[in-house]
Design a protein. Structure first.
Length: 587
């Protein structure tokens, strides 16, 4: 293989840069419409006279300047201009709605509530404004008024997903523990969102001090075939500890941290339990339940690609519970998805240092700085976290990962080695750290050390397909341990049959062993799965040549040249295009 087997193939691919508020305004412009951007045009504000000024006194310049500021992501400037435009034409409903959404997106809640009242006075059925006003009532413990507004929300909109949760908690806020059964009935009456319903049902019982029922409900909902949602783990562990079974709580959290070592909430819960401290529930009180439900829906929207709506619901969660750091983290993550890294940094920086999420926020700030090409600043920030948190390895791992992305493999290896030194006895979840350091060793031509790290990774996670692929491929490429390599790659392909790079590795094994027809079959499949990879296309060209399909071989080599191969591969392909392949060099 030309170059490293996998290093350049699994990098993150970020979406095209788009300002989140533009998407937000588009997604929320009108219920039931396609979520494309709808910025009010000049005709929305009344007529224009011949000079280009609005006849009602509104300067077209303010509107255009505000729209431009939104388009380039300058939210503070957009607020200034659009607020000025609204001041000149306060009765325009669409402009009011746009400024409202902008205020909510920025977390200017007092202004958002003021505008929501104006919008609902004009349009009593406006979903977003009515929902915020219901939350404003709940925040003031006017639960009866909140329920009245929730009842008016359109059953067909996205808000309808949130209403059963919010209404159930409003019933609990109004009637207390005696109303818990009514709350559960209301929750069940809405559309099921799976684990979120179970979790909130259990939390209603928890808040009503019916701990045994709450714990049994959560235990029954725990999936056996996939990672458990973090909030379910957190609630279950808190309940177990509250019932005096701290050992069971500790075992539960340890198992889940092993499955997902990058969950700061679980990591903090583990630290608390290991220190013998109590573990509080995820939230307390009816407004905490409402905020948590909104954050859960925001998470679901984000996972389904609805980043704009996710921001709205996360902001409304923060409106009810300002210290809900998970919601702030999610908003920052949406900005990152949109490649709006400056806004992401500002958002993450708003997380309180006392929050267990704070460390995760700082790691994300470092990644965003790196994306902005402020690399040394990112590295310095990570080194600061390394010094401030001597028991943690995450900052060193992230430092190594960023350096590896920059192809600074020697510095990356040193960062990974420092992280491994902090581990103590490696656990199952640490396989990825040895795998990453093995790549850094392999790229700096220290194969014995790389091989040892890959084997250590497989001792910790024997069926990990990426490690099986990397080590198996490397052995084949070096003509080593061919029988064992073939078995490894068989297992890797079985685990990930639709991974083009792993299928390519199997094809290359066939090629090196002189099994050319089988090589063609696997490599054609690999190109089908990863048509834009130059190495896979080059491999298929070699296989075609060996089975006598020379014209197709030259086509594949020429295609590989169009796919931005590295200089070494370019020279190899140009030589093959000129002279073909010599006698087989079988492993």
């Amino acid at each position: 293989m030309n170059g490293s087997p996998l290093e350049t193939r699994y990098g993150p691919r970020l979406a095209a840069r788009t300002a989140i508020v533009l998407a937000l305004l588009g997604a929320c412009s009108a219920q039931g419409q396609d979520p494309s951007l709808e910025v009010a045009g000049p005709s929305s504000f009344g007529g224009l006279d011949g000079s280009g000024e609005r006849t009602n006194g509104l300067s077209l310049g303010d509107f255009l300047a505000g729209s431009y500021a939104l388009n380039v992501g300058q939210l503070d400037q957009a607020s200034v201009f659009l607020e000025r435009a609204l001041a000149a034409d306060p009765e325009d409903p669409e402009l009011s709605r746009q400024v409202y959404l902008l205020a909510l997106a920025e977390g200017r809640f007092d202004r958002a509530v003021e505008l929501a009242e104006q919008i609902v006075a004009h349009d009593p059925a406006d979903e977003d404004a009515l929902l915020l006003l219901a939350l404003d009532d709940a925040r003031a413990e006017r639960f009866d008024a909140a329920r009245e507004k929730l009842a008016r929300l359109d059953e067909g909109g996205i808000a309808a997903l949130a209403v059963p949760f919010l209404d159930a908690w409003a019933i609990f806020g109004e009637g207390g523990k005696q109303a818990v059964q009514q709350s559960l009935t209301r929750l069940e009456a809405g559309e099921s969102l799976g684990p979120l319903n179970v979790y909130h049902g259990a939390m209603l019982l928890y808040q009503a001090d019916r701990l045994d029922e709450a714990e049994a409900m959560l235990r029954e909902a725990m999936p056996a075939d996939r990672p458990v949602p973090v909030r379910l783990v957190q609630a279950q562990a808190s309940l177990l500890a509250d019932q005096g079974d701290s050992a069971a709580a500790l075992q539960l959290v340890r198992e889940q941290v092993a499955e997902r070592p990058d969950q700061p909430v679980l990591e903090n819960a583990l630290l608390e339990l290991e220190a013998g401290r109590t573990l509080p529930p995820p939230f307390d009180g009816p407004t905490g339940g409402m905020a948590d439900a909104l954050w859960g829906i925001a998470q679901a929207l984000h996972q389904e690609g609805g980043g704009a709506r996710a921001v709205l619901y996360a902001r409304m969660a923060l409106f009810l519970q300002p210290d809900l750091a998970e919601a702030t983290l999610l908003i920052g993550d949406v900005f990152v998805d949109q490649q709006n890294f400056d806004a992401a940094i500002d958002t993450y920086a708003g997380i309180d240092d006392a929050s267990p999420i704070s460390f995760a926020g700082k790691l994300r700030i470092a990644s965003a700085l790196h994306e902005l090409d402020r690399k040394e600043q990112a590295f310095q920030m990570l080194e600061g976290l390394v010094a401030a948190e001597p028991e943690r390895v995450q900052a060193l791992v992230q430092l190594g990962n960023l350096l590896r992305r920059d192809e600074d493999y020697e510095r990356a290896e040193r960062a990974y080695t420092r992280a491994i030194e902090r581990l103590g006895t490696p656990e199952r979840e640490d396989w990825s750290l040895f795998y990453a350091r093995g790549i850094a060793y392999e790229r700096t031509k220290r194969w014995p050390q790389a091989e040892a790290d890959f084997q250590q990774a497989l001792e910790l996670e024997p069926e990990q397909p990426f490690v099986l692929n990397y080590l198996g491929y490397s052995w084949v490429d070096k003509g080593m341990h061919l029988d064992e390599a073939r078995k490894m790659l068989d297992r890797a392909v079985a685990a990930r049959p639709d991974d083009g790079f792993i299928v390519d590795s199997m094809g290359w094994v066939h090629y090196r062993l002189g099994e050319y027809p089988q090589a063609v079959e696997s490599l054609e499949r690999a190109v089908e799965l990863e048509p834009g990879d130059p190495v896979i296309n080059d491999h298929l060209g070699d296989a075609y040549w060996r089975v006598g399909r020379h014209r197709e071989a030259r086509y594949q080599w020429q295609r590989a040249l169009t796919l931005e191969p590295d200089q070494e591969l370019i020279k190899t392909i140009e030589r093959k295009l000129k002279s073909g392949l010599g006698a087989p060099d079988r492993a």
